[in-house]
Design a protein around this ligand. Structure first.
Ligand code: GKR
Ligand code: MG
Length: 409
């Protein structure tokens, strides 16, 4: 089947508008970076992918792209082999990122070439709709130097947080709520969670300080978190710190920080460092590798949810296909989508109904590229000069004395 062979792979770096959201590493910059991957077959079918847009991923993809010519879109082993040749030994994080970026485009090309949806190619659809959570952030009202607040305004108090949640839930219908933490004093952040509990008595709640708390701090806070949250995400850095906190509570700990590749699973499971894995096809090596991760979670009795970063619709479509084809997805997935105003797929953003997304209609991922938006977002990339996400530098434009610390509290 020569027409399933790749004729050309193209990578376009883009920058899209992002609000001043806060996390333990600082503040989001005015533009988030992403790469858009196009894999074109000899039959001129184009498969799409979306991934990180920082320097090392872009450089790696630039080295990988020419090696893809002639590879069949079904040849995932060939993709891993090609990617290995462009990654230096020891850069274990880059390899699955490069594979994940291209692999989604290969699935999309295969689906579009054969008239099948990616969720069917991944083993079949097991849920009609994929549930997502309301991803709340503390935030500044405006970016440094901007002359007006964005529509969300400043969110640094429990009252403002409840307002943010109300807006997001009214717009999208999410059921579960996740609070990004590790910025303010932990007591203040838990007061925010408690205010959310009062305002949304039924909502499953989660908090994610991104390793911003010492293990002792997290353990001291546990009594306030018991019976309040469904899981505690990365309260503290490292497998040992997480295991110490997990040993002190019945609340499941979750991670997208200390178990982020296959070699972390045996020590993490042996130490009981956490009981929920937040998978992410962008850094686990793609959709097939994420299905394997789901299977490992099922075997070891681990819960499974999905992590996100600032992203656009190709990523969201891929996440939705993957989640639709994953039987043991035990929690609602994360998404940054409500924070993004730009889009790169035709027809605009995918539409959440009651907090859920249907698998997009049509073969492959079911989405197509809006070429004029792609060009506009690529011009943003060229004009605004961001090459690397730097939340700490951005934070100091607001709070000049701030410096990065993990754990901080
Ligand atoms: O977007 O600021 C952010 C998040 O903190 C993101 O970078 C994390 O990767 O959402 C993520 C998480 O759950 O840790
Ligand atoms: Mg997290």
């Amino acid at each position: 089947m020569s027409d399933l062979r790749i004729a050309e792979a193209r990578i376009t770096p883009i920058a899209f508008a992002d609000p001043p959201l806060l996390n333990n590493a600082g503040c989001h910059q005015p533009y988030a970076l992403r790469s858009i991957i196009e894999v074109e077959t000899e039959a001129r079918v184009i498969g799409l992918g979306e991934s990180y847009g920082g320097r090392s991923v872009l450089d790696g993809l630039a080295r990988l792209a020419p090696l893809l010519t002639g590879l069949k879109v079904t040849d995932l082993n060939g993709l891993w082999s090609a990617a290995r040749t462009v990654v230096s030994e020891g850069d274990s994080a880059l390899l699955p990122r490069l594979v994940g970026a291209v692999e989604v485009a290969m699935w999309d090309a295969l689906g579009k070439s054969t008239g099948q949806r990616v969720c069917d190619l991944l083993g079949g659809q097991v849920r009609q709709r994929v549930p997502y959570s309301a991803y709340l952030f503390y935030k500044f009202g405006r970016h440094a130097g901007a002359d007006a607040d964005d529509s969300w305004g400043e969110v640094l108090t429990p009252e403002a947080l409840v307002e943010e949640a109300r807006t997001m839930i009214n717009l999208y219908g999410f059921k579960a709520i996740k609070l990004k933490a590790g910025i303010l004093d932990p007591e203040a952040e838990i007061a925010g969670l408690e205010a959310l509990r009062v305002a949304f008595p039924q909502a499953p709640l989660r908090i994610d300080p991104n390793g911003g708390w010492r293990a002792e701090t997290a353990i001291k806070l546990l009594p306030r978190l018991e019976n309040l949250i469904e899981y505690l995400e990365d309260p503290t850095p490292g497998l040992d710190g997480m295991a110490a906190v997990q040993a002190a509570t019945g609340i499941p700990l979750a991670t997208n920080m200390c178990i982020i590749s296959p070699e972390h699973l045996p020590p993490g499971i042996a130490r009981d460092s956490c009981r929920v894995i937040l998978s992410d096809h962008h850094y686990w090596g793609g959709l097939a590798a994420s299905r394997e991760l789901a299977r490992i979670c099922a075997v070891w009795g681990l819960g499974l949810s999905m992590h996100s970063n600032s992203h656009l619709g190709i990523s969201l479509a891929a996440m939705t296909h993957l989640a639709a084809a994953t039987p043991n997805l035990t929690y609602d997935c994360d998404t940054h989508s409500p924070w993004q105003t730009d889009e790169v797929i035709e027809g605009g953003k995918l539409v959440f109904k009651e907090g859920e997304l249907e698998v997009p209609d049509g073969p492959g991922l079911g989405v197509t590229l809006d070429r004029s938006e792609l060009q506009r977002l690529h011009r943003n990339y060229l004009e605004h000069g961001y090459e690397q996400r730097d939340d700490a530098a951005e934070m100091r434009r607001h709070w000049p004395d701030w410096s990065f610390a993990r754990p901080r509290f």
